[in-house]
Design a protein. Structure first.
Length: 127
DNA sequence: CTGATGACGGTGC
DNA sequence: GGCACCGCCATCA
């Protein structure tokens, strides 16, 4: 399986109303420290069932594009899923960040779980 | 082949 | 918070 195909498979696991970082996607796909590759793969992605809008950078911001129209589009799509942006255009990853794939699924398909804990006191609106 | 270019990220100031 | 490096690596001119 190509690196690209693995990346798309991981992105397809991110649920509605959640966002993952490029680095997290790389890690789950078994490609540590290759966040740039994830960005490259998504830029070239033409598959309809890959929710590319749910991947943002580690600062919780929508990454810039050569074509700024797609940046706006990504934000609109996420807001429609219930993801909130701060005034400065940031997403609170404690609230909306993906906690990793279902461990069951990860084990079966040889991906890496993340096991990120929910922060106590932060209501989880989407699980 | 070589150098430049990114939907990146960690570190340091 | 911002900014500058630097490591990263597939693609492309």
């Amino acid at each position: 399986m190509s690196a690209r195909a693995r990346i798309y498979a991981v992105v397809r696991r991110i649920p509605r109303g959640r966002v993952a970082t490029y680095g997290q996607v790389a890690l789950v796909a078994g490609l540590p420290r290759r966040a740039r590759l994830v960005g490259y793969a998504l830029a070239a992605c033409e598959e309809e069932d890959v929710p590319w809008q749910r991947v943002v950078n580690a600062q919780g911001r929508v990454s810039g594009r050569s074509e700024p129209l797609f940046t706006d589009r990504q934000r609109v799509l996420l807001e429609q899923e219930g993801v909130a942006f701060s005034r400065s255009g940031r997403i609170d990853l404690e609230r909306f960040g993906w906690r990793g794939p279902d461990p069951e699924w990860a084990k079966e398909h040889d991906y890496h779980p993340l096991n990120i804990e929910e922060k106590p006191g932060q209501p989880n609106l989407f699980d």
